[in-house]
Design a protein around this ligand. Structure first.
Ligand code: ARG
Length: 538
């Protein structure tokens, strides 16, 4: 139940009767009461009336029976106190309703022969949380892992793999393999030529070349899946839809864009110039659809992928969970797709942008030797530092999900593993503590009665769960849920400090056990929607 919205709706009717037109009652959580409405102040000015008098009239007229009481305070605020019955027996937690959509969520998107690195970490964590949230809300979620498995760099990788002298290299360290191939490409002109021929062989379907390409892709997928399993993400083997899978759709895409007059030849390349995009020099910015050598790049693949998701997968909502550095790319792709008629008409695309993970020095997180951090190494360190993998990985995920995704954040082991504060372990600990409390109680929870203010505060905070989930979905901002869960854990601590549970007796004990159980259930569900595991004990 969204208490704020229900209260607002009830007050809205009273305000409208007085104003003669709809008024936003501006109901907000408040320090001074459970909720407060400040709308009478502005309305009184407009109607030339005394604010307190107007507020009192709204309070009299509003039908708040069984829900809350309203009282005028200060210069003309309405303080709303939620009825104890509502706090004591809230309706069961239910997903937001509304027609389910088919939602494609494009996330993780690592590149073959390059191991997952921290840059893909945020996409994977945020994308997975959104996939869980949208699924819970009744949407039909299609997870798409837009694997970078195509492009000219495969020429050198395959050539390196094919080479007798290098035949003993193991693919288990793909990053090292990539580096060796790169080094040979840079140093050896003969290798370079052979690598270029390999690109042609791959594109024209030469079977031995394709077989080696498949080996590289499969090996990479295996390593990504191992990382996903450790991270506890819901991405599976069936979710890979690599760039290569759109090969046969690239020519039709070019054709369709050409027919619509959207492509212009520029220096031998076929480009779209969507309106409103200019480079630093002020000249229109091209989205290169076909390169001058006839090849297709990242943008063409994304156009084909978008068209496929709308046309074949019948998605009405497309989410792309990719770092903010690709903002212009997605804006341009979406603009061209709109011009082509693939978007619009109830079909939306949105770039779910996020900031960078920074090191303690405030710059992009790197290893001591200045290299990009491999995800597997990061997870190893989490295991080494935390009491269990669930705690270490929960700490990483929570730190990522608890901050507004658009901003950067500093990766700080000590802060995110701290047992108190706004951390994953703190929330996990609250769940474990409640679990053990309920086990030790030996008796069943009973009806809730609210005596102590801390009990009221906890019950009221728990009612904020559904609006928090709804807001996380509506704004595609998992931190709105994370922040709420932290508030719940804090309210629980306040309650637990003031209100003895096991030492209480009779109905009071049963009521407190019920509040604890409700808190545990809420935290468990909320953490699950964020993809954070909860260990039984800590
Ligand atoms: N492989 C890309 C990268 O590592 C991310 C892919 C994102 N998804 C997309 N549809 N472009 O930057």
């Amino acid at each position: 139940m969204n208490l704020e919205a229900v209260l607002a709706a009830r007050l809205a009717a009273a305000f409208e009767a007085l104003a003669g037109e709809p008024v936003d009652p501006a109901v907000r959580a408040s320090q001074h009461a459970d909720f407060q409405s400040g709308a009478a102040l502005a309305l009184a000015r407009r109607l030339g009336r005394a604010p307190r008098e107007l507020a009192a009239e709204v309070a009299r007229r509003a039908d708040l029976a069984g829900l809350a009481t309203a009282e005028v305070s200060g210069p003309g605020f309405l303080n709303l106190t939620v009825a104890d019955e509502v706090l004591a027996s809230p309706p069961p937690v239910a997903p937001p309703d509304g027609p389910g959509e088919r939602v494609v969520i494009d996330y993780s998107g690592p590149n073959v022969a390059k191991e997952l690195h921290v840059g893909h970490l945020r996409s994977t964590i945020i994308g997975d949380a959104l996939a869980r949230l949208f699924t819970w809300a009744g949407h039909d979620v299609v997870r798409v892992n837009h694997l970078g498995d195509w492009g000219t760099q495969f020429g050198m990788l395959i050539e390196h793999l094919s080479d007798e002298t290098a035949a003993d290299h193991s693919l288990s360290d793909l990053t090292a393999f990539y580096r060796q191939a790169r080094a040979r490409f840079d140093e050896d002109p003969g290798f370079r030529t052979r690598a270029r021929l390999r690109v042609v062989a791959l594109q024209s379907g030469n079977e031995p070349t394709r077989a080696m390409w498949r080996r590289l892709v499969e090996q990479s997928e295996r390593s990504f899946l191992a990382d996903y399993a450790r991270l506890g993400t819901t991405l599976g083997p069936g979710d890979f839809a690599g760039e290569s899978s759109y090969q046969d759709q690239l020519a039709p895409v070019v054709e369709e864009l050409t027919v619509r007059g959207l492509l212009v030849e520029s220096e031998g390349a076929l480009c779209a110039f969507p309106a409103g995009f200019a480079g630093r020099d002020g000249r229109p910015l091209p989205l290169i659809v076909r390169k001058s050598d006839g090849g297709f790049g990242y943008a063409a693949t994304d156009l084909a992928a978008l068209r496929h998701r709308v046309r074949d997968l019948k998605a009405t909502r497309l989410l792309y969970v990719v770092g903010h550095t690709q903002q212009t790319h997605f804006r341009m792709v979406f603009a061209v797709a709109r011009a082509a008629g693939w978007l619009g008409d109830g079909v939306t695309a949105e770039h779910i942008s996020f900031g960078s993970i920074l090191g303690a020095d405030g710059r992009m997180l790197r290893t001591r030797s200045g290299e990009t951090v491999k995800l597997a190494d990061l997870l190893d360190e989490a295991d080494a530092r935390a009491s269990s993998p669930a705690v270490g990985i929960g700490a990483i995920k929570y730190a990522d999900l608890a901050s507004d995704r658009r901003g950067d954040y500093v990766f700080d082991w000590d802060r995110m593993l701290a047992a108190t504060g706004d951390t994953g372990p703190y929330l996990q600990y609250a769940v474990a503590r409640i679990r053990s409390l309920l086990l030790r109680a030996g008796t069943a929870p009973g009806p809730v009665t609210l005596g102590d203010p801390a009990e009221r505060r906890l019950a009221l905070t728990l009612l904020g769960f559904e609006p928090a989930v709804a807001a996380a979905i509506e704004h595609r901002e998992p931190h709105r849920l994370a922040v709420h869960l932290h508030e719940v854990a804090v309210a629980f601590s306040g309650f637990y400090e003031r209100c003895p549970v096991l030492r209480a007796e009779g109905p009071v004990r049963a009521s407190r056990l019920a509040l604890a159980a409700r808190t545990g259930d809420t935290l468990r569900l909320g953490l699950d929607l964020l993809g954070i595991a909860v260990p039984d004990t800590m």
